[in-house]
Design a protein around this ligand. Structure first.
Ligand SMILES: [Zn+2]
Length: 70
């Protein structure tokens, strides 16, 4: 057993993950200069949806986001 695993996974997502507790969420990018027109997003059966404007990932509370592999 090795205890020298000092390097943690560096897979830091470039987008925010926001927990929500309802299927329908509105996103406006947080407002301000980084904002965008408010859009309504709907969490599908996967319980997660990424905003097409700001790439924020909305996930149902308690749901583990599924990493998309490209
Ligand atoms: Zn957005």
């Amino acid at each position: 057993m090795s205890n020298q695993s000092l390097q943690s996974a560096s897979a830091v997502p470039q987008f925010e993950i926001i927990e929500v507790d309802q299927k329908r969420v509105a996103c406006d990018g947080g407002g301000g200069a980084l904002g965008h027109p408010r859009v309504w997003l709907h969490l599908g059966e996967e319980n997660q949806i990424a905003c097409t404007y700001c790439s924020r990932l909305y996930v149902m509370r308690g749901h583990t986001p599924v990493e998309t592999t490209e």
